[in-house]
Ligand binder design. Structure first.
Ligand code: GRG
Length: 317
């Protein structure tokens, strides 16, 4: 039987994240090419929360992220890739964390996001037109971080998000879609940014969210599904915004996250025994941060960035 993992293996996770850019012989490196900038956000944020932001080369990261801005103002996932909302948010988050937002054309980012809003208030993810509540959150998060919320129709944005609300108190990807913890994070955080949390039925939704905890302590994203470390973020961040983190068993969740670490090479996986990746490493660390794990920096549950970075911006929300 494997020994129980009771501590966060910070030095190993730092090494694992540092190694990610050197694995060019791995198929996985090329399969995730389209997510390169997201990977930098996931890795940098995890490192920062573990008090090791300097483990990545600051200047190299800034130069690389800057090079991803496309003519339309948005950011691609890697060099020579088309822009998309998800990559644009990661780029903005990284540059704001590194206090380097001025190296890019911020006005073009604002215009890029503004141009993706539909008449009904929803947002497209890119020129191909997919609509999803994720993109509403991204628009609000990005523009709020850039202090340019006035560029879009905020009232209509909120109106559309509220159409994604379901009878169980949760939110889906579009009106009529099933409630899902990932989408709930997006909609609750979006309503927090726009000071519209009074539209959330807090007790009903918090009840649904705490029912995501399974016997092994892990959280799933919707009923009848498997637990996954990333829901430690999507579920717990929403519970944190609603001030109900205490509604789950914190100790059991913390144990579950720690048990999904790779004790040899670092990194955290979706569940114990699986292959690690930087996405689950971040959301394991952010989950532990929300649980108050000792020695970690505090994470902001709305922006998924270190709280000190958000404080530094002096946002009026
Ligand atoms: C800044 C943290 C942050 C996010 C940016 C992209 C985005 C905004 C949010 C994504 C929210 C979301 C939908 C997360 C869920 C991701 C996930 C694990 C999806 C898996 O869905 P299924 O149906 O898995 O494959 P289940 O667990 O339901 O079987």
């Amino acid at each position: 039987m494997e020994p129980e993992l009771t501590e966060l293996l910070i030095p190993l996770h730092v090494k694992y994240i540092q190694s990610l850019d050197t694995r060019k012989d791995d198929l996985e490196y090329w399969l995730t090419e389209h997510l390169r900038v997201n990977g930098i956000y996931w890795g940098l944020t995890a490192l920062d929360l573990m008090n090791h932001i300097d483990a990545l080369p600051r200047d190299k990261v800034i130069t690389y992220v800057k090079s991803l801005q496309c003519d339309d103002g948005g950011f691609g996932g890697d060099k020579f890739h088309d822009s998309h909302m998800t990559h644009t948010l990661s780029a903005v988050q990284v540059l704001i964390t590194l206090e380097a937002i001025d190296v890019i054309d911020v006005e073009k980012v604002v215009q890029y996001i503004k141009a993706l809003q539909n008449e009904d208030g929803s947002f497209r993810g890119d020129t191909w037109g997919e609509v999803d509540s994720r993109f509403s959150y991204i628009a609000l998060s990005c523009l709020s971080l850039l202090k340019r919320l006035e560029a879009i129709n905020v009232e209509k944005t909120v109106e559309w998000i509220l159409k994604c609300k379901n009878y169980d108190g949760g939110f889906g990807s579009a009106p009529g879609s099933e409630s899902h913890a990932g989408q709930i994070f997006c909609c609750v955080a979006a309503l927090s940014i726009t000071n519209a949390l009074h539209h959330v039925d807090s007790d009903l939704l918090s009840w649904w969210l705490c029912e995501r905890q399974l016997k092994n302590g892990g959280l799933n994203g919707r009923p009848q599904k498997l637990e996954d470390v990333c829901y430690s973020w999507w579920v717990l961040s929403a519970l944190s915004v609603l001030n109900h983190v205490d509604w789950i068993n914190k100790e059991k969740l913390s144990k579950f996250i720690l048990s999904a670490q790779d004790p040899e090479n670092g990194g955290i996986s979706d569940r114990p025994g699986d292959m690690v990746d930087v996405f689950h490493t971040l959301f394991g660390v952010t989950g532990l941060s929300l649980l108050g794990y000792p020695g970690l920096k505090q994470v902001n549950p709305v922006y998924c960035m270190p709280q000190y970075v958000i404080d530094r911006l002096n946002l009026d929300q």
